[in-house]
Design a protein around this ligand. Structure first.
Ligand SMILES: C[S@@+](CC[C@H](N)C(=O)[O-])C[C@H]1O[C@@H](n2cnc3c(N)ncnc32)[C@H](O)[C@@H]1O
Length: 264
């Protein structure tokens, strides 16, 4: 499987990830389903359809569980490369196929919509986007969604910059630098349609709650215990500088959806 080393090392503890990542808002999931339900298949394509929705990088099922609750007659498949994450997802009663985005065991033109929650930056490469293009039907959608902490708020920015200082000399792919968008220049049949910025998920708790969430990031999660302790101390100081010992830190956030479409 073609998976970045930092993702391989950092996404091994499904239960920790699952306990410390937020879910997704009803508004975001409803919007995504509304967009998918509006897809008009070109005539003659219906017979080759295998799935209405395939999720890539489904992780431990944070988005998946929300989506599945709202499905009607749609045929759905979750996929995820990390074995431990797949096993954690099973505990939520969801069977995911273990595979990476660059090699999808699906037929050509057989999927109406592909969704990716907080993951596309990991496989924003020509091989994976070509694979996505291969399995999507013409007019099919690629829907990418991220929960974002609002870095326009100064204390959030300061905290996240401190976290980013642990990315090291070879930083892993990230959402915020938007470099993941470059790949669309190389696969011209997948085109940008629109972005939607929605209200974020409620994300509120103690400093420990916030730090546990930050340590579920791949590059934080792969640190040694000693490194984690040191980093935690430093990050705690940043949180306390702004919030003292509050147990109700409200983290401003938003949800962003980027919508792409396969043209013929
Ligand atoms: C930040 S997590 C998001 C997980 C989940 N979608 C969520 O919203 O919590 C990123 C996910 O992308 C997956 N991933 C990394 N590289 C991938 C690849 N090449 N193909 C598919 N998924 C990949 C990771 O294993 C991980 O589960």
């Amino acid at each position: 499987m073609d998976v970045h080393d930092i993702a391989k090392q950092g996404y091994q503890e499904g239960s920790f990830y699952d306990a410390n990542r937020p879910s997704y808002t009803d508004e975001a999931v409803d919007k995504i389903l509304e967009l998918i339900r509006k897809i008009e298949l070109p005539k003659g394509n219906a017979h080759s359809l295998q799935y209405d929705i395939v999720e890539l990088g489904a992780g431990t099922g944070k988005f998946t569980t929300k989506l599945i609750e709202k499905l009607q007659s749609e045929k759905f498949l979750a996929t995820e490369p990390s074995e431990d994450f797949v096993n954690t997802m099973k505990k939520h009663g969801i069977d995911a196929l273990q595979c990476a985005a660059n090699d999808l065991p699906l037929q050509d033109n057989s999927v109406k919509a592909i969704v990716g929650a907080e993951c596309f930056h990991w496989f924003a490469n020509v091989k994976s986007l070509t694979e996505i293009n291969r399995v999507l039907v013409p007019n099919g959608l690629l829907v990418l969604v991220w929960n974002r902490k609002d870095q326009d708020v100064p204390w959030v920015d300061e905290l996240l910059k401190s976290v980013e200082s642990y990315m090291g000399d070879n930083p892993p792919p990230q959402y915020f630098d938007m470099k993941w968008k470059d790949v669309f220049k190389h696969v011209k049949s997948i085109q940008h349609v629109q972005d939607y910025r929605l209200q974020g998920i409620k994300f509120e708790g103690s400093a420990d709650f916030l730090l546990d969430n930050l340590f579920s990031k791949s590059y934080m999660s792969k640190m040694s215990t000693e490194e984690k302790l040191k980093a935690r101390e430093k990050l705690l100081k940043v949180v306390q500088k702004h919030h003292g010992n509050s147990s109700n830190i409200d983290v401003p956030s938003y949800t962003i959806i980027h919508l792409y479409k396969k043209i013929n």
